[in-house]
Design a protein around this ligand. Structure first.
Ligand SMILES: [Zn+2]
Length: 327
C-alpha cells in the first residue's frame, strides 16, 4: 500500500468502516441503535481525516490522493478541496487575526453557548467567499484543479443520492427518506459542524500574536486517539505539514511554553466549565489570554489592506500551481 506514513493504515480502516456502517444500517435498520452513533462519530473522523489529507497527502501516488479526497468528501459532508482556500491558505496564514474567514470573535469575544452553536453558520457564510474565488480562479487558470473540484462535487452529491437510492431499493419511500436523513444527511452535517466547532474552541480567547499561545489544546489521550491528534493544535500550527501521527512528539517539546490554561486535558470537562457551570461560576469560563486578535500591533504586517492583497496573492499562487497542495 503506497502510504506515506504507516499510521495511516488506521485512517484507511476508519475510511473503510464509513460505507460499511452506512450500508449495514440501510440493510437492517434495527442495527441503527448501535451503529448510528458510530456513523456520527465516523463523520467527525472524516472531517479530521480530510483536514489531515489536505495538509499532508495520505498516499505517495497522486491519483490515489485524488480518489481519497473525493471519497472522504462523501462522509465528511462537503468536497474536501474547500479546506485549501478556507483553511490552508487562509486560517493557517492569519490564525484568528483580521483576515481569517473563520475568526472566533466576529460578533463578540464573550463565551456564549449561542455563539458556539451558531458559529458554524456564521463561519460557513464567510468561508463561502474564498471558496467561490478559488473555484473561479481554478476555472480560469488551472483546468486540472478545476476538474478535481468538479469531481469532488460529483462524488459527494452522486454518492449521497446513491445512498437514497439504496434506501428506496430496500424500503418503502417514506422509510427510505427517514433512513437517508438519519444515516447519511445528519452525519454529514455533523461532520462539517464539528470541524468548525473545533476551530472555534481551539482559537477562542487565544493570542494570535504570541509564539506559543495562539491555540487551545485538548491533551487527553483517548480524545486524541479518536480525532487523529486534532486536539494538539499548537503543534499543528507550528508546522501544518507535520503528519498527525507526529504531533504528540511536537506537543511534548512545546507544552512547557504554552499557557497552562490553553492545555486542557478533557474536552468534555472544558465544555462543562464553559457552558454548564460557567453561567453560575464565571471564574470557570475562559478569558482572553494575552493580546486580543483584533488588536493589531502597529508593527504587524497584517493591516487590513495588506490582508486583502495577501489573500488574493495566496489563492493566485495556489491556482497557478506554485503551491499545489490540493489533493
Ligand atoms: Zn490545519
Amino acid at each position: 500500500m503506497p502510504l506515506r506514513y504507516k499510521a495511516d493504515y488506521r485512517t484507511l480502516l476508519w475510511a473503510l468502516a464509513m460505507p460499511v456502517v452506512a450500508i449495514a444500517q440501510y440493510r437492517d435498520p434495527s442495527l441503527m441503535k448501535g451503529l448510528l452513533p458510530l456513523a456520527f462519530y465516523l463523520a467527525m473522523a472524516a472531517g479530521t481525516i480530510a483536514h489531515n489529507h489536505n495538509h499532508a497527502p495520505t498516499f505517495t501516488k497522486k491519483p490515489l490522493n485524488t480518489f481519497f479526497g473525493a471519497y472522504i468528501s462523501v462522509f465528511y459532508g462537503y468536497p474536501t478541496f474547500a479546506w485549501v482556500p478556507t483553511h490552508n491558505l487562509n486560517h493557517h496564514k492569519w490564525v484568528n487575526k483580521p483576515g481569517d474567514a473563520t475568526i472566533t470573535w466576529r460578533h463578540t469575544n464573550k463565551v456564549s453557548l449561542f455563539i458556539a452553536l451558531s458559529y458554524f453558520f456564521v463561519s460557513a457564510y464567510y468561508q463561502s467567499v474564498p471558496i467561490r474565488q478559488y473555484i473561479q480562479k481554478a476555472r480560469a487558470n488551472n483546468p486540472e484543479l478545476y476538474r478535481r473540484i468538479l469531481g469532488q462535487y460529483a462524488t459527494w452529491l452522486g454518492c449521497s443520492f446513491a445512498f437514497l437510492a439504496l434506501g428506496l431499493a430496500l424500503h418503502p419511500w417514506r422509510e427510505a427518506l427517514r433512513l437517508w436523513v438519519l444515516i447519511t444527511v445528519l452525519p454529514q452535517l455533523f461532520g462539517t459542524w464539528t470541524m468548525m466547532f473545533f476551530n472555534y474552541l481551539q482559537h477562542l480567547h487565544t493570542d494570535p500574536w504570541s509564539k506559543h499561545n495562539h491555540s487551545r489544546n485538548i491533551t487527553g489521550r483517548v480524545f486524541n486517539f479518536l480525532v487523529f491528534n486534532a486536539g494538539l493544535h499548537t503543534a499543528h500550527h507550528e508546522n501544518a505539514g507535520t503528519h498527525w501521527s507526529e504531533l504528540p512528539k511536537v506537543h511534548a517539546r512545546l507544552a512547557a511554553n504554552i499557557d497552562p490554561e490553553l492545555n486542557q486535558y478533557s474536552f468534555w470537562w472544558y465544555l462543562t466549565k464553559q457552558y454548564i457551570l460557567g453561567p453560575f461560576v464565571p471564574s470557570l469560563r475562559s478569558k482572553q489570554i494575552g493580546r486580543a486578535p483584533w488588536d493589531v500591533p502597529d508593527t504587524a504586517p497584517s493591516r487590513m489592506e495588506d490582508v486583502a492583497k495577501a489573500k488574493i496573492d495566496a489563492v493566485d499562487a495556489l491556482v497557478e500551481g506554485t503551491n499545489a497542495q490540493m489533493v
